[in-house]
Design a protein around this ligand. Structure first.
Ligand code: CO
Length: 134
């Protein structure tokens, strides 16, 4: 059901510092910061030949990554994103299997302008999983 790895997301306490690590130290191409208020994050994408790394910094009150950064003050891997052809078909199949979808279960528009859903880490090997319809 899942397809390509779309991105790995890393939560960072300081986006400029994270950009410097990837752009200067690791020599990668990094996009300009984009604020996504409806997801409570500011994001950049590190563009690699075979996938992307997403750096996430909290934006506003109650950011969904604030709790993660409290437990991991230096930052860390926050979620991985897999591509699916049809997010509703994927969601319904996973829910039939007893998997928990976060939020109200309806896809939101993600950082790439495509529908996304998040799946509960306890049902997926301790990893927060994002599904993106491509
Ligand atoms: Co993501």
């Amino acid at each position: 059901m899942i397809g390509r790895l779309n991105h790995v997301a890393i939560a960072v306490p300081d986006l400029e510092a994270g950009i410097a690590v990837y752009r200067n130290t690791l020599g990668a191409r990094v996009t300009s910061p984009e604020a996504i208020p409806e997801h409570g994050v500011t994001v950049v994408f590190v563009e690699l030949p075979n996938t992307k790394v997403e750096l996430l910094e909290p934006l506003g009150e109650g950011s969904p990554i604030a709790g993660y950064l409290e437990k991991n003050p230096a930052g860390g891997i926050h979620h991985i994103c897999y591509e699916v052809d049809d997010i509703i078909v994927a969601r319904d199949r996973l829910m039939e299997d007893g998997a928990r979808v976060l939020g109200n279960g309806e896809p939101k528009i993600g950082a790439h302008g495509k529908p996304v859903l998040f799946l509960h880490p306890k049902d997926f090997c301790g990893t927060l999983v994002e599904l993106e319809q491509v």
